[in-house]
Write a protein that binds this ligand. Structure first.
Ligand code: GLU
Length: 307
């Protein structure tokens, strides 16, 4: 039943996308106002999609119910429209697609690659501070030391679901996984470009058992993003280089779920005068603030180096 829903859904999308060779998306989280960094990302992604005769889609990554604010959905659309960034079709809201992420999680569970985890942030911090544990930081922060792996916890409240990374790598053929790559148009943060091979040791040791669904049941970003990129028929992904380190996770999940892999273009981040990357709390650089102060869309282009 689930399987039918899964493949049926993607088949419909692929049929619809036939003939369109370039589909990119802008995927903001409605947890704040768009700032100059978002403008840069949307302007270049949109321009490349237009130049290729393709499509640019808008997806609200609104799974984090604690941080999402209703007013930001409209604010994001208004800012993009003002900037001249147009999107094709309806806006997709991840919060309305929970069944699809649950189906993806079930597919990974059926492969024996998922375990339940009862650890809180504090448990993890304490576990990694034990003398025998190495403490490393991965794309999602502290690398999980694997406390609940092998415990076979029964279902219950406050259980996260984690991917057993070593088992996932093994399921994909272990050493043969070295042939898994993604294409980076970049250059990435360290000048990476072309076919980037996945580094197995880095995934197992440096990334570890990532969360697929949080303790409150919310699907994690990594799972939702690969499901939706496939479901929306995305062929090209333009996003900030802060997500370069997460891309091997996405490539791995695509392989496990049998989903196609888009081409990636990770771009430089827009920084403030002190060299810090812009964050949602940087209201001074919010597009809405700049617009209210009289900036035009051309001014924004110049401010991000596109003028
Ligand atoms: N929702 C993510 C963000 O706002 C972007 C995810 C992506 O482009 O893959 O940073």
């Amino acid at each position: 039943m689930l399987r039918c829903h899964w493949s049926g859904h993607f088949a419909a999308v692929w049929a619809e996308r036939e003939g369109v060779i370039h589909v990119d998306r802008f995927a903001p989280s409605p947890t704040g106002l768009l700032h100059l960094g978002h403008a840069y990302s949307a302007l270049i992604g949109h321009a490349m999609a237009e130049a290729a005769g393709g499509r640019y889609l808008l997806r609200m990554e609104d799974l984090d119910r604690g941080r999402v604010r209703p007013e930001y959905y409209a604010a994001i659309e208004a800012d993009l429209t003002w900037l001249g960034v147009r999107w094709h079709g309806d806006v997709l809201w991840q919060s309305q697609r929970l069944g699809l992420y649950a189906a993806a999680l079930e597919r990974l569970e059926a492969q024996g690659l998922v375990y339940r985890c009862a650890c809180t942030r504090r448990d993890i911090a304490e576990a990694v501070s034990a003398p025998q544990e190495s403490r490393s930081i991965g794309p999602d922060g502290l690398v999980y030391p694997g406390t609940c792996r092998g415990r076979a916890l029964p279902p219950g409240p406050d259980r996260a679901h984690r991917l057993d990374m070593r088992a996932a790598v093994t399921a994909l053929g272990g050493a043969r996984l070295r042939r898994l790559t993604f294409t980076e148009a970049g250059p990435g943060p360290a000048g990476e470009t072309g076919e980037i091979p996945l580094d197995l040791d880095a995934l197992i040791e440096g990334t570890g058992d990532i969360v697929l669904a949080r303790r409150d049941g919310t699907p994690a970003y990594h799972l939702a993003v690969v499901v939706d990129d496939a479901a929306q028929g995305i062929t090209h992904i333009t996003r900030g280089e802060d997500l370069f380190a997460a891309t091997p996770i996405h490539r791995l999940l695509q392989a496990l779920l049998g989903l196609p892999t888009p081409r990636y273009h990770h771009h430089r981040l827009i920084r403030d005068e002190a060299g810090r990357r812009l964050a949602k709390r940087d209201d001074a650089r919010a597009l809405a603030t700049l617009r209210a102060e009289g900036a035009s869309p051309d001014d924004i282009r110049r401010m991000v180096g596109l003028g």
